[in-house]
Design a binder for this molecule. Structure first.
Ligand SMILES: *Cc1c(COP(=O)(O)O)cnc(C)c1O
Length: 368
């Protein structure tokens, strides 16, 4: 392994898209982007080879990858990803939110999946590269954003079972409209009792495609029961609340804000961490601890839990109105969103969109 190749900063080659979307095409997408449906004109790619390190960083036209049918990722799922957003502020500048957190999490996920760690600087530069090339794709409306999806795959042509010696990192970008178009709407969630998301020593704390693949069947069960998300309990005892398929969960109990502790089976959300800080700033008592389903049900029934919500980058904060399961039903599907839930959501989105003071230095400029 040549250390110098790892240590020298990567320079990005540029191959601009000869056929970018026309202004008209782009504007028609931006008028109604939905989520994850449309992609910008460019992508970032960086290759990694054992013994060489990261090399061939480039900005290139967005388009299909050439992947050998024997590529390891297609067989053994050695893949990790990240998700964050670029926001356009009123003065036209473009920012993202706490990207070092995502960079470090990608490194932790890489360690768990036996993938190489991408240096934090290279991660940050990759975001700047795609956003600068595709600035025009960052929505101008108050609640829109450009969703950034960095990901890393094992790309060695080899069916033997071991960590791949050839890996690729990419960033793609997709414009996103407001998650709740008709205002924030509380949801019902489905308690999965048959399936687990993560076990002790498993990959629960890594952001990897495999965790999502395993959540799709319970997700279908949720949808069949009128629920939009799945709630997972700890695999060992089936009594403690872990998280939803792709979101962390919070309970408001008077002036206390409680969330399950990250014990290794929970994904450490950047939104989760930011909400804990905003709650501390308000003088709320913050508790990260074990939280049982029983405490949740009893708390809702006795009124000690006044609000429950889920959080993650895509939807920011989603109020939870009701929990449903095979032998469980509590909460009120028609309950409106709670006051603390809505004000934390407002405060966080105001910081992200540049409408409130960034007192923790969370914003990171991408376009300059
Ligand atoms: C990405 C993700 C979250 C939310 O993390 P954020 O950094 O807040 O977007 C929560 N749970 C799971 C399982 C995730 O994959």
């Amino acid at each position: 392994m040549t250390l110098s190749a790892e240590a020298s900063p990567l320079t990005f080659n540029h191959e601009l898209n000869p056929n970018p979307a026309s202004d008209l095409e782009r504007e028609s997408v931006l008028a109604n982007p939905g989520f994850g449906l449309h992609f910008t004109d460019h992508m970032v790619a960086i290759d990694w080879d054992l013994g060489v390190g990261w090399h061939d960083a480039r900005l290139q036209p967005y388009g299909p990858l050439q992947v050998d049918p024997a590529s390891a990722v297609l067989h053994y799922g050695q893949e990790i990803f990240e998700g964050l957003k670029a926001y356009r502020h009123d003065d036209g500048s473009i920012w993202t939110f706490r990207p070092e957190k995502n960079a470090e999490r990608l490194q932790r996920s890489a360690r768990r999946l036996a993938l190489p760690e991408l240096p934090v600087d290279a991660f940050l530069e990759s975001l700047k590269q795609i956003v600068r090339a595709d600035k025009a794709w960052v929505p101008t409306d108050a609640d829109g954003s450009l969703y950034l999806r960095p990901f890393m795959i094992a790309n060695e042509t080899f069916l033997g079972v071991r960590a791949a010696h050839r890996v690729a990192y990419y960033v793609i970008a997709s414009p996103a409209g407001p998650y709740f178009s008709g205002g924030v709407k509380p949801v019902s969630i489905w308690l999965s009792t048959e399936y687990s998301r993560a076990g002790r020593g498993g990959t629960g704390a890594a952001k990897c495609g495999g965790n999502y693949a395993a959540s799709l069947l319970p997700q279908e069960e949720a949808a069949a029961n009128g629920c939009s998300q799945v709630l997972f309990l700890d695999a060992e005892t089936g009594t403690h609340v872990d998280e939803l398929g792709g979101m962390n969960v919070f309970f408001v109990m008077g002036d206390r804000l409680v969330t399950p502790a990250t014990s290794g089976s929970i994904l450490e959300g950047v939104t989760r961490d930011s909400i804990l800080q905003l709650a501390r700033d308000r003088g709320m008592t913050v508790e990260e601890r074990d939280f049982t389903l029983e405490e949740w049900r009893d708390g809702v029934e006795s009124g000690t839990i006044s609000e429950t919500f889920a959080c993650g980058t895509a939807a920011v904060i989603t109020p939870i109105a009701q929990v449903k399961g095979h032998d469980v039903l509590f909460g009120d599907a028609d309950a409106p969103a709670g006051e603390v839930t809505l004000s934390l959501r407002q405060e966080l989105t105001d910081i992200q969109h540049g409408r409130a003071e960034d007192r923790h230095g969370w914003l990171y400029r991408l376009d300059a």
